[in-house]
Design a protein around this ligand. Structure first.
Ligand code: FE
Ligand code: FE
Ligand code: ZN
Length: 280
């Protein structure tokens, strides 16, 4: 079965997210571990988590879930206090996610803000080395970035360099965002095979754990990061048909981060399910 879903508001808790995912026709979903702009996380309600887990099978929301760290978390900020803040946030998020083991925690590697990519990569790996533990049950994913501003992670080589600096690399993976790689200059429209071959050579496809499905408002290599609805941007429907059915991607959780309301996401999920060749 296709693993597909959208971002869902975490405001009402886990059980509400599971029911909402079910309503949208989703089998997985993404959510922000706290307000996407940062701030403290709500206390975890264990009864709510238990209700979610109990209903998940029945609802067909079998995951794996792809939790998203707040955008404000910058592991390679120039200010050491901001790096410390990022580190504490990630540690706290991972502790909470142990209540729903076996899922993913995706984060934007960070922006090096003029310090250079190499310095940024070292800070990001250092944070991961401080935070990851041998007994955690969540896989942490680096997201491929569009290369807006001083974002680290626009190239597969930068992501590989981060992974090379992490001691517990077995706890790490990568989440490929279609809008971001397109904006980053990887032509997934005309050469999906070539891009994935490149990914395999540089990072290794075994590290690829999830896909963010977003069309892009901008042309190849624009470095803008403006998401469009599926089929309404420069990537286009035909490319998405190839993406969801590509043998290297088919089994992965696909998460929509398109500008939409609930009805729009339900429609996109149905559209993508229709494109997904169940027999292949
Ligand atoms: Fe993201
Ligand atoms: Fe994304
Ligand atoms: Zn984005």
């Amino acid at each position: 079965m296709m693993k597909i879903g959208s971002h869902i508001s975490a405001a009402k808790g886990y059980a509400a997210m599971g029911r909402q995912a079910h309503k949208l026709g989703a089998s997985t979903f993404a959510f922000f571990t706290r307000n996407p702009r940062g701030g403290s996380a709500k206390a975890l309600d264990e009864a709510d988590v238990a209700a979610f887990l109990a209903e998940a099978q029945q609802n067909g929301v079998t995951g794996p879930l792809v939790a998203h760290a707040p955008y404000t978390m910058n592991a390679c900020a120039a200010d050491p206090h901001l790096r410390e803040f990022a580190r504490d946030m990630m540690r706290e998020d991972l502790a909470r996610l142990e209540h729903t083991p076996g899922n993913f925690y995706n984060f934007h590697p960070g922006s090096h803000v003029g310090q250079g990519a190499e310095a940024g990569i070292a800070f990001i790996a250092a944070q991961l080395n401080d935070v990851l533990t041998e007994d955690q049950h969540t896989t942490v994913l680096l997201e491929t970035m569009a290369g807006k501003g001083s974002e680290v992670g626009r190239t597969f080589e930068e992501l590989r360099a981060i992974l090379d600096g992490v001691e517990r690399a077995g706890k790490m993976g990568v989440c490929l965002d279609t809008c971001h790689v397109w904006d980053g200059g990887y032509d997934i429209v005309n050469d999906l095979d070539g891009v994935l071959t490149q990914f395999d050579k540089v990072i290794g496809l075994t590290r690829l754990k999830a896909v963010h499905l977003n069309d892009s408002m901008n042309p190849l290599g624009a470095h803008k990061d403006r998401h469009a609805q599926i089929g309404a941007g420069h990537i286009g429907l035909d490319a998405f048909r190839r993406i969801v059915n590509h043998p290297a991607l088919r089994g992965l959780p696909f998460i929509l981060e398109t500008p939409n309301d609930d009805a729009g996401w339900a429609k996109e999920i149905a559209l993508l399910r229709g494109m997904y060749g169940e027999e292949a």
